[in-house]
Design a protein around this ligand. Structure first.
Ligand code: ADP
Ligand code: MG
Length: 255
């Protein structure tokens, strides 16, 4: 039996009058690599931001690793989660944003060691060793003493990936990680993500417009529109023989 590491049950999210997620059912198995595609405004980022508890939800339930994300069980009842619970849940996941979001006043090394020291309680030496390990993984061992502004966009994004990995999350969330990059820098970031996709136990949820890449690395592609999943399936099926007219229309834009 494969266990769902992420499960949304009838999750609704509104911003004022706007329903961004509309009774969404969505689940991801442990170790599965899932790509989310869809037009701008369809709710893709909101799904990831909710998982990171950067946004709340209006209705429904989300489970991560078998535990309710926004609630905790006390005396057999579901009650709103306290800070300790949310902190524990956040440790399951690492997120990489479109706009890198590195701390500009910190060196590359400090960017990576900050959370392992302050959230996980590693000592400085352990955290530095971890930083070296993940900088090597993303091919930036020689850049540890630089500041983000001294790096290219592709290098900054690779640091952001190393920073997320240094928390050793079970789930990695990528929100259009190459959309802000000059075309010639896209490949170096995709290479790193491609390598991560070979890690059997790591669950990956990737929002992207890089359809060729999505085809290569995903176990499943989900097409979102207006806060719902219109269609999902293996990449060969969704990209080559999409069933829904809306999916066909969307994919035409990427030929
Ligand atoms: P996507 O990532 O698919 O482009 P988003 O999840 O970012 O879409 O946004 C879905 C919709 O929610 C959009 O219409 C967007 O304008 C709206 N939205 C997102 N965040 C907020 C917010 N903080 N306040 C109000 N509206 C928001
Ligand atoms: Mg988005």
């Amino acid at each position: 039996m494969t266990q769902d590491i992420i499960r949304f049950d009838r999750v609704t999210k509104k911003f004022g009058e706007l329903t961004v997620l509309d009774a969404l059912d969505f689940s991801v198995a442990k170790g599965e690599k899932v790509t989310i595609i869809g037009p701008s405004g369809s709710g893709k980022s909101t799904v990831l931001r909710i998982l990171m508890t950067l946004e709340t939800i209006d209705d429904g339930v989300i489970h991560v690793a078998g535990k309710p994300l926004w609630h905790e069980e006390r005396d057999g009842r579901l009650v709103p989660a306290g800070e300790d619970h949310l902190r524990a849940m956040r440790k399951e996941m690492g997120m990489v944003f479109q706009q890198f979001n590195l701390f500009p006043h910190m060196t590359v090394r400090r960017n990576i060691t900050e959370a392992p020291v302050h959230v996980l309680g590693l000592d400085k030496e352990q955290a530095n060793r971890r930083a070296e390990e993940y900088l090597e993984l993303v091919g930036l061992s020689d850049q540890a003493d630089k500041f983000p502004s001294q790096l290219s966009g592709g290098q900054q994004q690779r640091v952001a990936i190393a920073r997320a990995l240094a928390m050793r999350p079970n789930i990695m969330l990528f929100d259009e990680p190459t959309s802000a990059l000059d075309p010639e820098l896209v490949g170096e970031v995709l290479n790193v993500i491609q390598r991560l996709s070979n890690e059997h136990d790591l669950t990956m949820l990737l929002v992207t417009h890089e359809m060729q890449f999505a085809k290569q690395i995903s176990d499943r592609v989900c097409f979102f529109d207006k806060g719902r999943i219109v269609e999902q399936g293996p990449p060969e099926q969704v990209f080559s023989t999409p069933r829904e007219a809306r999916t066909q229309e969307f994919l035409k834009g990427f030929l």
